[in-house]
Design a binder for this molecule. Structure first.
Ligand code: GLA
Length: 395
């Protein structure tokens, strides 16, 4: 999307700020500065933990870390956004029940050590502009930025896929959020001006160029995702129940990814109502992701927009993870001339929509969507034009 006028990236300013604050706080120069991006998922929602397909983009909103190794085993992290510091020993990594933001970093340290990697202690300053709790994966960006920083400073070498898996493990087993692999994967392996088609079973991926002439626009409902953890786990269990029942009729099925739409239509009568709806979403959503890649590669933005709209309807009616604010935002977006499609993105229950918008319609989008949304909800939304960025890197 080379000719779209985008918001200026904050990365330069963040890097200078984080270096300067590091020197001020620790009285030494940072030995490494690393940025890891948040993400927006174009399509393929809740499919990752069903061994399915997703199509996310790493965005130009990121978490930036400045750090230097210590010669003891202490880790000191100062989070500029919270104005708080934590200190812990690598020999005794415990949960922090008060400064819960540090559990993402503690989890990364814990699982690096568990792999037998002897880490040096660390002084670090962290800052980010991925809005927290908005479904743009600030937590994955925090995990990936720290894992990569340690890799640079400690000299071990994990592949990018291994880094992503380790960060997912930190989130699953240390933080206790049972997420799939999408967020950490794209924060690690994302590619500028491209989306990633990820096969969440094999972890193979392909880059898919974003179409010229259109922009990926994120609209934040500003509704923070309250219910998300418990409902997320409920959805996972319902999908697993669907697999268990379908296996009686289709013994080769290991995950919903293995069920074709024809097989679903033949067997859906065996499933209880709520499980049937969850399975229907996942099975058709996987198909929508693959069709999306084909139509995007063919430059058919209208077809991709229709698939986005269908995905939203399915998440709203079958998977039941949307909410009034997301529905209002997506509908307002679709009424703007030049919008190809719009849908909720991320886990749901609040957070953001993602829309594909013709370059010439971005200003109308901002004005009209903000006005309609504010009128309906009384809330002023945040609207960002996103640039597809590289995964974790030295900025
Ligand atoms: C959250 C999780 C991801 C994925 C999405 C829904 O962002 O972290 O793994 O499951 O929800 O698609």
């Amino acid at each position: 999307m080379p000719s779209v006028k985008r918001e200026t990236s904050n990365v330069k300013a963040q890097r200078a700020n984080v270096r300067w604050r590091f020197a001020e706080i620790f009285g030494e120069e940072a030995a490494a500065v690393v940025r890891a991006p948040g993400r927006v998922n174009l399509i393929g929602e809740h499919t990752d933990y069903n061994d399915g397909y997703v199509l996310p983009v790493a965005i130009d909103r990121s978490v930036v870390v400045a750090a230097a190794p210590r010669d003891d085993r202490q880790v000191v992290i100062h989070a500029l956004d919270f104005g708080e510091s934590v200190m812990f020993s690598l020999d005794d990594i415990e949960h922090d029940l008060v400064k819960t933001w540090s559990n993402y970093q503690r989890g990364v340290a814990y699982f690096l050590e568990e792999r037998g990697i002897e880490l040096p202690g660390l002084n670090a300053v962290v800052v980010g502009d991925v809005p927290i709790g908005s479904g743009l994966s600030s937590s994955a960006a925090v995990e990936v930025s720290l894992a990569y920083t340690w890799q640079m400073l400690a000299g071990f070498k994990l592949s990018r896929v291994e880094l992503a898996l380790l960060c997912q493990r930190a989130e699953n087993e240390f933080v206790g959020m049972n997420c799939g692999i999408m967020d950490q994967f794209v924060s690690t392996l994302g590619q500028r001006d491209h989306a990633l088609l990820i096969d969440c079973r094999s972890l193979d991926y392909q880059t898919v160029p974003l179409p010229p002439g259109a922009a990926v626009v994120v609209a934040d409902t500003m509704k923070r995702r309250g219910l998300v953890d418990s409902e997320y786990n409920t959805r996972r269990r319902e999908c697993e129940e669907g697999v268990r029942i379908l296996q009686r009729y289709l013994p080769q099925v290991q995950a919903l990814r293995d069920v074709s739409t024809d097989q679903f239509v033949e067997n859906e009568g065996q499933l209880p109502e709520n499980v049937r709806k969850r399975c229907r979403h996942i099975i058709y959503e996987n198909e929508r992701v693959l069709r999306s890649v084909a139509v995007l590669r063919a430059g058919d933005l209208a077809a991709f927009g229709r698939l986005m709209n269908e995905s939203h309807a399915s998440l709203r009616d079958d998977y039941e993870v949307s909410c009034a604010e997301l529905d209002i935002m997506a509908e307002a977006a679709r009424k703007v001339d030049g919008v190809y499609g719009s849908r909720m993105t991320g886990a749901g229950f609040g957070g953001c929509t993602v829309s594909l918008v013709a370059e010439g319609a971005i200003e109308d989008f901002r004005a009209q969507v903000a006005a309609v949304y504010e009128e309906a909800t009384g809330i002023v939304p945040q609207i960002y034009v996103c640039r597809a960025e590289d995964g974790v890197s030295k900025p």
